[in-house]
Design a protein around this ligand. Structure first.
Ligand code: AMP
Length: 249
């Protein structure tokens, strides 16, 4: 079984992001970039399926600038077999990314596509769902458990009210939630080996996909600064302040 894992290059989660002065977006100049944490979980799950003998090949794909090769190499070091960079210097919206991934799905014919539930830069939480719609595959989103048997994927989903288990016919789309697994660290020998694994670059044009966007970002703003908190000396003081200052009780 071939597994396709789309991975995104995003601002490292430890970085405190700054909004550009013209409010056109987040300032990415000299900022540390990393593999999106939910994508790391997706790669880990695919690697575990390969270790169990269920998957035979793991292909990772990223849509982004040439620099996204770094994140693809990280995914190769974590255990993916080969990588595809769909190179685009422009920041693309989810629908354009999903269309590009659909073209790659047609070419690669994976039985399973594992994506992150969301990219932590834009928090869109929609690429997997859009890819499922475009490809006509079944989808199991927010997975906290995944089992493959008898040509089906059983996915336990984290939903508001608890857990929901769905059974999907393959080929299928799964998106990862936080509790699915704990990703491993790449070992130094695997980082060295990853440098020699195949990494192919293609353009959106070569895939026959138009990346023209129907969505325009009008403005990006930082959240309002919060005023400093205070420490109260006792429960009585807390109750007094909630009653008389904050007027919430
Ligand atoms: P989003 O819908 O943007 O929150 O992203 C959800 C998931 O879609 C991510 O965790 C990735 O698996 C995939 N994805 C989103 N954008 C890209 C991209 N530019 N390249 C590859 N995969 C992506």
């Amino acid at each position: 079984m071939k597994i396709l894992v789309p991975v995104k290059r995003v601002v490292d989660y430890n970085v405190k992001v700054r909004v550009k002065a013209d409010n056109s977006g987040v300032d990415l100049a000299n900022v540390k970039m990393a593999l999106n944490p939910f994508c790391e979980i997706a790669v880990e799950e695919a690697v575990r399926l390969k270790e169990k003998g269920i998957a035979s090949e793991i292909v990772v794909v990223s849509v982004g600038p040439a620099a996204a090769q770094e994140q693809l190499r990280t995914a190769l070091a974590l255990g993916a077999d080969r990588a595809v960079l769909i190179e685009s210097a422009d920041e693309l919206g989810s629908l354009a990314v999903a269309k590009l991934l659909k073209a790659l799905v047609d070419k690669e014919q994976p039985q399973l596509v594992i994506l992150g539930k969301q990219a932590i830069d834009s928090d869109n939480n929609q690429t997997g769902q859009m890819l499922a719609a475009l490809s006509g595959f079944a989808q199991g989103t927010f997975a906290s458990r995944l089992e493959i048997a008898d040509e089906r994927a059983t996915v336990t989903r984290e939903i508001d009210g608890g857990l929901q288990t769905v059974s999907l016919a393959l080929p299928a789309i799964v998106t990862t939630d936080l509790r699915l697994n704990e990703p491993r660290y790449a070992s130094l020998p695997n980082i060295m080996k990853a440098k020699k694994k195949p990494l192919e670059t293609v353009t959106p044009d070569a895939l026959g996909v138009s990346t023209a966007s129907t969505v325009k970002i009008l403005k990006v703003e930082a959240p309002a600064a919060r005023s400093a908190g205070i420490k109260v000396g006792s429960v009585a003081e807390l109750v007094e302040k909630l009653k008389n200052e904050a007027k919430v009780i």
